[in-house]
Design a binder for this molecule. Structure first.
Ligand code: ZN
Length: 315
């Protein structure tokens, strides 16, 4: 099957990082396996941060190890620094997702380093990856956070966004990911920033990581699509948030994203009905966490029936 748009599920990382209830390792692995079985081909399964800081990810190595046994699944993990990258490489991830915050205040709060120190950290990771035998090198994603606004600083300089995108691209990132960590971006801004970055990063692929704080997440996806973006992060049930982005809510909902794309005739390779059932795995393990989304209300089947009916009537 040819895939038009790549979806990376980030729930097991972004979704769990602000949840203080420890999700049992077996439940995390069941969640990941069920999503892979629904057709999701890339999952960010953990964050390699010090367990003292976020105990939720104390089992990151084990989660990666189990996820790696799933055929065809690309296993990604967030790495905020070189030390985390070394651990993630040892665990055997297929993709390292590095993060640099374009807001200096957020960078200090999140990783206790300046933006320029993070560029140096990224270069050290690139060097470690290049030391590996060619067939063992993980993909290296250069992620920028707080691209569309910061809950600490407010507006973020678009010139800085471009500057740090170029810095990570030149340092050796395989792709660049732009994150709306606070969920405050709008479609016009997405178009403008995506264009500005695309012009300067020499043809490297660009991905979007969107949060839905102001309810514009899917509108921002459409703006990204119109600018040629074909890779998006999302979270099952819309879980997610950043401990250092006060007020921000979860990621765009994977189920709703699949529905949007498939409705527009763009293939994701994901079976929406099976995906919706994966919500039960999370609900069972984390019964106190609210899950968001629209299409889980039995709508997809009805929608397909209605759409079929309309098309038939028109013909
Ligand atoms: Zn996020």
């Amino acid at each position: 099957m040819s895939i038009d748009v790549d979806i990376c599920e980030v729930g097991p990382r972004d979704g769990l990082q602000i949840i203080h209830t420890f999700m049992p390792t077996a439940a995390k692995s069941a969640w990941i396996a069920a999503e892979a079985a629904a057709g999701v081909r890339e999952i960010e399964v953990a964050s390699f941060v010090p367990p003292k800081l976020i105990p939720q990810f104390a089992d990151a190595g084990e989660v990666v190890g189990t996820a790696r046994t799933i055929p065809g699944l690309a296993v990604a993990a967030l790495v905020p620094n070189h030390k985390g990258a070394v651990r993630a490489i040892e665990a055997g991830v297929h993709k390292l997702s590095f993060t640099l915050s374009v807001s200096e205040s957020h960078s200090q709060a999140n990783v206790r380093k300046s933006r320029d120190e993070q560029v140096a950290e990224f270069r050290a990771i690139v060097a470690s990856v290049r030391d590996l035998p060619a067939d063992q090198r993980p993909m290296l994603s250069g992620g920028l956070s707080t691209v569309f606004g910061c809950s600490i600083e407010g507006q973020v300089s678009e010139a800085d966004v471009v500057r740090y995108a170029v810095a990570l691209a030149e340092a050796g990132a395989d792709d660049i990911s732009l994150a709306d960590t606070s969920g405050v971006g709008d479609p016009a801004q997405v178009r403008r920033i995506v264009r500005a970055v695309q012009q300067e990063i020499g043809g490297k692929p660009l991905a979007l990581h969107l949060h839905n704080t102001m309810g514009l997440g899917l509108a921002n996806v459409v703006a990204g699509l119109e600018e040629g973006i074909r890779a998006f992060d999302s979270s099952l049930g819309g879980l997610g948030g950043c401990p250092y982005a006060p007020g921000a809510t979860g990621n765009i909902v994977t189920e709703d994203l699949v529905f949007l794309l498939e409705s527009m005739g763009l293939s994701t390779g994901i079976d929406l009905d099976r995906l919706i059932h994966v919500r039960d795995v999370i609900a069972a393990a984390l019964p106190d966490e609210p899950l968001y989304g629209h299409v889980q209300h039995g709508l997809p089947k009805r929608w397909h029936q209605l759409r079929g009916g309309f098309n038939a009537a028109a013909a």
